[in-house]
Design a protein around this ligand. Structure first.
Ligand code: GDP
Ligand code: MG
Length: 439
């Protein structure tokens, strides 16, 4: 990762003697490289590097005890700045119908995101209503109906109508009639930008007058995402961006470029095909991801979802006071031993490479059971104070659990990394949840 890279770069610099501006440039070059690898467009990287260089060349980094950490911190801070300002609210008009319009290329995730937003709105006690305005493909209408049924959200469509503007107008009227208060328009996309599509979307925008227009972009498409964002942005007045498919390997650098091009807030990110895989955008997490530093708050939030309130409070108190033990860890492990969940949590955590590899085989259940077995082979003292576990003890534990000592080492190493982070997360602002403005 970038952080490791910087650390070793600075180590070798130190070994040779004094830290200089010239050496600092090596570190900055690594940052530049990392950003280009994360799909950030060239122009954005150049602008960004100019800012970071200015900040880094100050005495602060050169004089600090851990220059690589200071540099990463500056880069992180700068990233957060340009990814912001944050506004994840969906303004809802009281006593009226609010119309949201989703647009984007075909396959970007518009229809899926319509479903995800409906789910979120329902959780917020709003009553959403979906309109199938993608008349390009008959399958698109069916897809929205299926989602609607799944969610218990009404869907308006008209198979005999060719004009999406008319469908939208009739859909909004229907929604009012039925007492819904948020209408989501699922519009058509194309495989690539074309004039006809843009004209159609402008028509809908002009004649229906949606309150919010959100651009949905596929986070996996890198530079293409930037080009399409630029085209949509000049055709429509966008109010927000939703970037999907950030559950994959995409590092999210494209988001930086999209943000740069559109200058509108990033509202949500899509992190999976499931209807609850929509997260309010947090620049901190995204900046960490771009720098591959992991997203500990997202991990904490994921944990919040699966561990009940009372237990969580106990755990958080123990974490905050540094008393979180392997015993507690075992309890959490047992809870998260659900298919897929473990990998997700691991992928969000920094320094989890080894563990991820262990789990990559697919037999997550088996691997978690193996880890539980390792913890079970420890004495109570060991579980409560992992620092007791020296080499002979590791060997004994490995034998007891029927695993190689490397498995015990990996577990303890990961625990020793997670522990202080959990402590930070529990003590810090891990509860900031999405808030929806009721206007
Ligand atoms: P549309 O053409 O813009 O309406 O795109 P769809 O909503 O039909 O989505 C296209 C594909 O992307 C579908 O297979 C979705 O399941 C998938 N998809 C959408 N959002 C996400 C996401 O956040 N993560 C992942 N992994 N897949 C997604
Ligand atoms: Mg669609």
């Amino acid at each position: 990762s970038l952080s490791d890279g910087l650390q070793s770069a600075f180590k070798s610099i130190r070994g040779k003697g004094k830290l200089t501006e010239a050496n600092m440039r090596d570190g900055l070059q690594m940052v530049e490289q990392a950003m280009l690898e994360a799909d950030v467009s060239y122009q954005v990287v150049q602008d960004f590097m100019a800012k970071v260089t200015q900040a880094a060349m100050g005495q602060k980094v050169l004089l600090s005890l851990r220059p690589h950490e200071e540099l990463v911190r500056i880069v992180h801070q700068e990233l957060i700045e340009i990814l912001g300002p944050v506004d994840v609210s969906i303004p809802i008009k009281a006593g009226q119908v609010t119309v949201l319009m989703l647009c984007g290329l075909q396959g970007a995730g518009k229809t899926t995101t319509c479903g995800k937003l409906s789910q979120l709105l329902k959780e917020q006690k709003a009553s959403p209503f979906l309109v199938a305005a993608d008349l390009q493909r008959p399958a698109a209408i069916q897809q929205l109906h299926t989602l609607g049924e799944q969610l218990g959200v009404p869907v308006y469509s008209d198979l005999n109508e060719q004009d999406p503007v008319k469908v939208c107008r009739a859909g909004v009227a229907k929604a009012k009639e039925q007492g819904a208060n948020v209408v989501i328009l699922d519009t058509a996309g194309r495989l690539a930008i074309d004039d006809e599509l843009m004209k159609q979307l402008c028509e809908i925008d002009k004649k229906i007058g949606p309150d919010q227009v959100y651009l949905v972009v596929d986070g996996m498409t890198g530079q293409d995402a930037v080009n399409s964002a630029s085209a949509f942005n000049s055709a429509l007045e966008l109010d927000g961006v939703i970037m999907t498919k950030l559950d994959g390997d995409a590092r999210g650098g494209a988001l930086l470029s999209v943000k740069h091009v559109t200058q509108v807030p990033v509202k949500f990110i899509g992190t999976g095909e499931h209807l609850d895989a929509l997260e309010a955008f947090r620049p901190e997490g995204m900046a960490g991801r771009i720098l591959e530093m992991g997203d500990i708050v997202a991990v904490a939030q994921e944990a919040h979802r699966i561990i009940d309130d009372g237990e969580r409070e106990k755990l958080e108190a123990r974490m905050a006071s540094g008393q979180f033990t392997l015993e507690d860890f075992r309890g959490v492990l047992e809870k998260i031993a659900k298919p897929g969940l473990m990998q997700k949590m691991m992928s969000l955590m920094p320094g989890m490479g080894d563990m991820k590899k262990m789990l990559a085989g697919g037999d997550t259940d088996g691997e978690v059971r193996k880890m539980l077995g390792v913890i079970d082979s420890m004495t109570t003292h060991e579980r409560r104070n992992w620092k007791l576990i020296d080499t002979p003890r590791r060997q004994r534990i490995a034998q007891g659990a029927g695993v190689q000592p490397t498995v015990v080492n990996a577990l303890i190493k990961q625990f020793s990394i997670i522990m202080p982070m959990m402590q930070m997360a529990a003590g810090g602002n891990s509860r900031d949840r999405m808030q929806m403005m009721q206007q």
